[in-house]
Design a protein around this ligand. Structure first.
Ligand code: ADP
Ligand code: MG
Length: 476
């Protein structure tokens, strides 16, 4: 293909082998790193984070469209988080059957009842898209989901542009090398955290990264931490159990953990049921939510990112509720929606079931889960739907049109894995950062991008799940 990497390069196996070896060194020296699966909590021996050998062509217009809509998505997520009636309506059928979402919702209700003790809100999200190929050869931007909690790879993707430039220079592809965009989500995300730290207004207070038990992706987070340190803002890394054991609130509901006042809790954990290993994890979450620390995200913003909310937003008239006098904003956001369908009980949900069973290959069945590997496709989709279609259990899922990106040939470079050419599909993520203080938006920005690419053999899964790898867009 004209815009991308020419076939003569892709098929030059000696050169490819040489480039891949060189690329691994380049990734390591540039800090595109990940801990080993066998030793996820040790930095004694680490490897490179998986990446594509070449960047992937992405149409410029579609890329710019994704950047341009991001501040509107920020506003939308924030408005949803403040609309208790909407969240209640949207999530009622889900929480009736999904214990995890129900539990989160209960905390949200508890906080509403007690009153929020912090008027500053920090949102760091990532809206993910695939480019659906149209019949006329162009492609359209379709949102896969928006992640309002623990959106990752802002740190590592700040270091991959240099890696791809280096590889292309080695391959004497200077023109393409110069087309790789700068990208620094680590700085963009840290800028928002730093601003919130200032607004919180306590010199000694720290940022607390709430981290997982298994911390393979620690380096991704470190880059944000180091950006903060440049501004003399200190961070600590703690797990739920640390917060449970040493966390407390003073009479002003200031959060102290290990004796340190916490200005911001930055959740890089807590998005899936397995993250809550005991009741103590839930107690720790409640303690943080009740505190005066700024939560990124707070519990309501976490819920705003559920797949059920995404489906409800696609219903006629719903976006207008949030942007009553801004038809252009509504149009810009709606243009990125794929078909999304309810499985709530009733005739509309019945119609969804019939439609999915008649043509399962056209759809993806999604439970209210995050973290990759949960979606259901093809014959399994039929099996699951047949099982749940006559019970309320079906409301734990939504149905979505399957997006078909154009496959691009590339090599996935990963540790201990043979180098072979694959048909690849990419997913573009755009980072958003916003701050609201009371009623005022004091920051609303697009903070960078992420391209992840996987072999088309896999229908699901991200980088952490071992399926996708880091990539860069090559605009044309
Ligand atoms: P998660 O919260 O688990 O990340 P996603 O909605 O992002 O859930 O889905 C996981 C993966 O499944 C995506 O990264 C993408 O590869 C694939 N996927 C999800 N939705 C679709 C869709 N509508 N069409 C095609 N692939 C999809
Ligand atoms: Mg996802």
């Amino acid at each position: 293909m004209a815009q991308g990497i020419p076939d003569e390069l892709l098929t030059n196996s000696d050169l490819i082998k040489e480039l891949a070896e060189e690329a691994k060194d380049s990734a390591l020296t540039r800090g595109v790193l990940m801990r080993l699966q066998e030793t996820p909590n040790s930095s004694e021996v680490v490897s490179f984070a998986p990446f594509t050998l070449f960047p992937t062509p992405v149409p410029k217009a579609v890329f710019l469209q994704a950047l341009a809509v991001q501040t509107h998505y920020n506003t939308l997520v924030d408005k949803i988080s403040q609309d208790a009636d909407f969240l209640q309506e949207a999530l009622t059928s889900t929480i009736a059957v999904d214990d995890f979402t129900a539990r989160l919702f209960k905390i949200h209700q508890q906080i509403l009842k007690e009153g929020r003790s912090q008027t500053i809100v920090l949102g760091l999200n990532r809206s993910d898209y695939m480019l659906d190929q149209r019949e006329n050869g162009t492609s359209s931007l379709k949102q896969i989901e928006i992640n309002t909690i623990a959106a990752s790879f802002g740190g590592l993707s700040s270091h991959t542009p240099g890696l791809h430039r280096h590889i292309l220079e080695m391959a004497s592809r200077l023109e393409e090398s110069q087309r790789i965009l700068d990208n620094n989500p680590a700085a963009g995300l840290a800028k928002a955290i730093a601003k919130v730290w200032e607004l919180y207004g306590s010199e000694k207070a720290v940022i607390m990264f709430l981290v997982e038990e298994i911390q393979r992706n620690v380096f991704d987070q470190r880059y944000i931490e180091y950006e903060l340190l440049k501004r003399n803002i200190h961070s600590i890394r703690r797990r739920f159990d640390n917060v449970f054991k040493t966390g407390s609130l003073d009479q002003d509901k200031r959060l102290f953990v290990d004796g340190k006042e916490v200005a911001v809790v930055y959740f890089r954990n807590g998005y899936m049921p397995q993250n809550y290993t005991s009741e103590q994890s839930w107690d720790a979450r409640v303690l943080m939510e009740r505190s005066r620390a700024v939560k990124c995200p707070d519990i309501s913003t976490h819920l705003a990112g559920t797949k059920k909310v995404q489906q409800v937003l696609a219903r006629p008239g719903v976006l207008e509720r949030f942007f009553p006098d801004q038809p252009q904003v509504v149009e810009q956001i709606r243009a990125t929606f794929a078909g999304l369908y309810t499985l709530d009980t009733g005739p509309e949900g019945d119609q969804t079931v019939a439609m999915a069973l008649a043509a399962p290959e056209r759809f993806v069945l999604k439970p209210q889960r995050e973290g990759g590997g949960n979606n259901i496709y093809g014959s399994e989709l039929c099996q699951v739907l047949e099982q749940v279609k006559d019970s309320t259990e079906r409301t734990a899922y939504i149905l979505m049109d399957k997006i078909h990106p154009t496959p691009v040939r590339n090599y996935l470079v990963r540790q201990d894995s043979p180098l072979k050419i694959s048909n690849c599909l990419s997913e573009l993520g755009v980072f958003g950062a916003y701050i609201r203080q009371g009623k005022d938006m004091v920051m609303n920005e697009c903070a960078g991008h992420l391209l992840r690419t996987k072999s088309s053999e896999h229908s699901d899964g991200g980088v952490a799940a071992g399926v996708a790898v880091l990539d860069n867009p090559l605009l044309f």
